[in-house]
Design a protein around this ligand. Structure first.
Ligand code: PMP
Length: 356
């Protein structure tokens, strides 16, 4: 095999924002069972390294188109992190100030990343859950005349997943089998937007929705109470705190409700966060693919579906972000900063031994 060569992307980019989307679909070669083919869509290839760059860009550009966002106006949003990082990237590139409200339970690197992009992060108590973050953001918007991004209700969310994520999947699988598409939900933008496209263009593809086993709020069947604007009017009774950051807030988002009402999924499979972490570690160690707990959890479900899938089946799992966003979290708790006994032994094994 000769040396690898590359030929460039064939264009010069006018802005970092033009690099959002067109993420690669990658085959798993070592951890999937032999009788199926499993692919992942790696959203970490977005410029701020998560699927939420898509939504962030469209929330701002839709508001610009509708005249809801004026030049220099402050943007405010409640977010568990990736939306905030995406918005911080987009607002920095376009020159809007950004204020994010976030429960203090989410990872430190997310807060720091947003602040590094120039955003302000207002923490809320974890006991108040997602609903508390949201209330704070709305109060700040009302008190200051800021633009509230409303990722959980805005049509700009599923729309961008229809026109980009879903379209990309259809284009990349053109002429190929696609038997299963697996995704979790945070806002439900991915599930509703990709669901629209797959139901229209790949009706044979079975869509598997997943949620944390200990916060199975969709499976519970309890109907979400809402205010007139679609925002939640209560914390969902089936919710419990879970370790899959970015998934399942303590309410069923209006954006996800579309996927529920229109039957955009064929099966709803719960997953334990600990399984998601195991699969995220296997993706890193055995495939060289870095993803977070939600990506690991999606792959955990894909592997479960694969067990009973007919031979030759093709599955696609969403990987929403990068594992690097979890350095301070339980995903990395088994990774030490100091040398292990084995590493010390390696260090001592040659004559020029140096440590300590
Ligand atoms: N995983 C992570 C890590 C996320 O941040 C999000 C978005 N909150 C999701 C999955 C779910 O994506 P969506 O909002 O499109 O349902």
């Amino acid at each position: 095999m000769g040396i690898r060569t590359t030929s460039g992307l064939g264009q010069l980019y006018a802005s970092v924002l033009d690099t959002v989307g067109n993420t690669p679909v990658i085959r798993l070669n070592r951890i999937a069972p032999d009788h199926v083919t499993v692919y992942v869509k790696a959203e970490a290839f977005n410029p701020a390294a998560s699927v939420k760059d898509r939504l962030a860009l469209n929330i701002i550009e839709a508001a610009e188109r509708d005249g809801k966002l004026q030049p220099g106006q402050t943007v405010v949003e409640a977010t568990s992190g990736n939306t905030g990082v995406g918005l911080a990237m987009v607002c920095a590139a376009k020159g809007y100030p950004l204020v994010v409200t976030m429960a203090d339970s989410f990872s430190i690197e997310r807060r720091k990343l947003m602040r590094f992009f120039g955003a302000k992060v207002v923490l809320t108590p974890r006991a108040e859950k997602g609903y508390g973050m949201y209330r704070k953001a709305r109060e700040l918007a009302d008190a200051n005349g800021w633009f509230l991004a409303r990722q959980f209700e805005t049509s700009a969310n599923a729309d961008i997943h229809e026109s980009t994520t879903g379209s990309e999947i259809v284009a990349d699988f053109k002429g190929e089998r696609l038997d299963y598409f697996v995704t979790g939900y945070g806002t439900g933008g991915t599930a509703s937007g990709v669901g629209r496209v797959l139901r229209r263009e790949r009706p044979e593809t079975r869509i598997i929705l997943t949620e944390p086993a200990n916060a199975a709020i969709v499976a519970s069947g309890h109907v979400q109470a809402r205010s007139d604007d679609g925002a939640p009017a209560e914390s969902h009774p089936a919710f419990e705190p879970h370790p899959i950051q970015g998934w399942t807030p303590d309410f069923i988002p209006l954006v996800l409700q579309e996927a529920i009402d229109n039957h955009y999924y064929d099966d709803l499979v719960p997953v334990a966060g600990s399984d998601g972490m195991q699969w995220a570690r296997r993706l890193a160690c055995e495939e060289g693919i870095l993803t977070g707990v939600s990506g690991g959890s999606t792959v955990a479900v894909a592997m479960q579906v694969a067990e009973t899938a007919e031979p030759g089946s093709v599955l696609l799992a969403m990987l929403p972000d990068t594992g690097e966003r979890y350095l301070s979290t339980p995903l990395f708790e088994h990774i030490e900063a100091e040398m292990s006994e084995q590493e010390v032994a390696l260090s001592k094994s040659t004559p020029g031994y140096q440590m300590p």
